[in-house]
Ligand binder design. Structure first.
Ligand code: SF4
Ligand code: SF4
Length: 245
């Protein structure tokens, strides 16, 4: 059965009211899915740090051209953007108007005309109050060019905290000794970018639970020979492991 017939039958049976999809994955898959059917809505991960990740800005704009409203998830990147590290907070503090990192992040999202709704996870009543206040004041096109420039500076300030330029391509894998090289570097970067407690980092917990730590590295050099970024993997693994564990 083709998908349009499938959805129409579900609608007629009263099982669904709208045809929507939620997406995590590479942009190419997003483009294929969103152009394959007359969707009523799509949901993507998006925030000012993920403009080139997953569906990204390219996917958001494609949805807009197709007239498909977009619901945003991970607008604060799992809460990581709610508390700014010192070099980022300094940028927020330097502008005359005072807003919390949460308000800047939501304002940046709602500025986009393609965004229909932003999902926001709240744990405390105060956060709901803050969300209600913020979303009462935002609208598409609300940000000035100076504010957009500030958010680009903020993005660059986060990226300046990157520990290692690992792209996650996995050409170095599998390590003959079981070391999860991209997993360790990903955790190292995330902990540094967002000033996280390593114990709270999911990637790191996975590496440790599967016994894929840098302690298993025997410095055979196979990974460095395969890395297109020419990274000093052996040395960096030890630095990362020392900082993370
Ligand atoms: S150098 Fe270490 S991490 Fe790299 S492949 Fe050899 S054992 Fe694995
Ligand atoms: S090959 Fe290099 S860039 Fe690719 S995942 Fe391994 S360390 Fe990262």
């Amino acid at each position: 059965m083709d998908s349009s017939k499938f959805f129409e039958e579900l609608k007629q049976a009263g099982k669904i009211r709208y045809k929507c999809f939620s997406f995590h994955g590479p942009y190419e898959d997003f483009e294929e899915i969103i152009t394959s059917y007359d969707w009523d809505m799509c949901q993507i991960q998006y925030n000012f740090m993920d403009i080139n990740n997953q569906a990204g800005t390219k996917g958001l704009e494609l949805a807009g051209r197709l007239g498909i409203p977009v619901v945003i998830m991970e607008g604060l990147l799992g809460g990581r953007l709610a508390k700014a590290p010192a070099n980022v907070q300094a940028l927020y503090d330097a502008v005359p108007v005072k807003r919390s990192p949460v308000e800047w992040a939501f304002r940046w999202l709602c500025n986009r005309p393609e965004v229909a709704t932003v999902l926001s996870g709240c744990n405390e009543l105060e956060q709901i109050d803050e969300n209600l206040r913020i979303f009462d004041t935002v609208a598409p096109g609300i940000m000035s060019q100076d504010e957009l420039d500030l958010m680009e500076q903020v993005r660059m300030a986060y990226l300046s905290r990157t520990k290692i330029d690992c792209t996650g391509c996995r050409y170095c894998m599998p390590c003959p000794n079981g070391v999860n090289i991209p997993g360790i570097f990903s955790a190292w970067n995330r902990v540094s970018l967002y000033d996280l407690d390593p114990k709270a980092e999911d990637h790191l917990r996975q590496v440790i639970s599967k016994d894929e730590g840098a302690g298993h590295c025997i410095a055979c050099g196979a990974c460095e020979a395969a890395c297109p970024q020419h990274l000093s993997i052996i040395e960096s693994l030890q630095s990362a492991w020392k900082e993370l564990t």
